[in-house]
Design a protein around this ligand. Structure first.
Ligand code: SAM
Length: 288
């Protein structure tokens, strides 16, 4: 479906990322945009007001949060259609990423209003790029449910081939979530907890659910602050056991052949086990 043509007189909606802790992370383009627009739609106008006054920007604010988004989106669309430019910001990071804004963007997209990203900080990307976990594929699940049973169900429903799983977590729940992760994925699953990104007490804690819990319990202050939890994909035994040259052959053959055939040929060439190669291929995302 293509969207409606924007009227040449209509304004632009800018989706502006703001810092997740360190104010130096604001971009020049974010500052220019926030200075130029007619309206800044903010999750919390007081919070964003302080951020903008830090940069000597005075803006006309409108609130847009989970409880008023539908109505506010309609009135912002009217302003955009009347020719005003609008910037959307959230309390921290990239709007719409576990933050309000979807209804507004959808409405504007359907109405043919131009929408422009002003990219910048995002906690999940900052966490992932320094975690030392696979980044070729990842699955972001936002916040897990608050109740243990529902949390475990969400974790169980994630297919193993999605790569690294990333979730936002509240400090008060992190130990319960770690226990649920161990219950669903096993005690040995490799995890990384990224805390207070871009702030003074930034820390990456790498280990199992038990070792990260032990680290958190060593000092009550460690159970405070903002956190991103990352869960490594299941370790494939085959990955460790199969020699690198055979893995390379399998990869090349998989590009041309069905997995079954590629695994059988690789097994013949390198004297590796066909089953192990087949499983390895599956763990790389090949279909059966
Ligand atoms: N829109 C934001 C983004 O782009 O990352 C996320 C907003 S969401 C409401 C807030 C959650 O993001 C926090 O509870 C925490 O899980 C994560 N988060 C935000 N800032 C963080 C930081 N500096 N360090 C670690 N996690 C952070």
């Amino acid at each position: 479906m293509t969207s409606a043509h924007p009227s040449p007189a209509a304004g632009t909606l800018y989706i502006v990322a703001t810092p997740i802790g360190n104010l130096d992370d604001i971009s020049q383009r974010a500052l220019k945009t926030l200075t130029a627009v007619a309206w800044v739609a903010a999750e919390d106008t007081r919070h964003s007001g302080k951020l903008l006054s830090h940069f000597n920007i005075s803006a006309r604010f409108l609130s847009l949060h989970d409880h008023n988004e539908k109505q506010r989106a309609a009135s912002l669309l009217q302003k955009l259609q009347a020719g005003d430019d609008v910037a959307l910001v959230s309390d921290a990071g990239t709007p719409l990423i576990s933050d309000p804004g979807y209804s507004l963007v959808r409405l504007c997209r359907d109405a043919g209003v131009r929408i422009v990203p002003v990219p910048g900080p995002c906690a999940l990307i900052a966490a992932l790029c320094c975690a030392g976990l696979p980044t070729d594929k990842f699955h972001f699940i936002g916040f897990l449910p608050a109740k243990s049973g529902q949390r475990q169900q969400v974790l169980k429903d994630i297919p193993p081939a999605v790569g690294t799983v990333i979730c936002y977590e509240a400090a008060r729940r992190v130990k319960d979530t770690l226990a649920d992760v161990a219950a669903v994925y096993g005690e040995e699953r490799e995890l990384v907890l990224a805390k207070e990104l871009s702030k003074t007490f930034e820390h990456f804690c790498h280990g199992t659910a038990a070792s990260i819990t032990a680290w958190l319990e060593e000092d009550p202050q460690r159970c405070q602050g903002e956190m991103v939890l990352m869960i490594a994909p299941p370790a494939t035994k085959a990955d460790d056991d199969i020699n690198a040259v055979a893995q390379q052959t399998l990869k090349l053959l998989m590009a041309e052949l069905p997995l079954k055939k590629a695994a059988a040929l690789t097994a013949e060439i390198h004297g590796e086990k066909k089953n192990a190669l087949y499983k390895l291929g599956l763990s790389w995302g090949a279909s059966e």
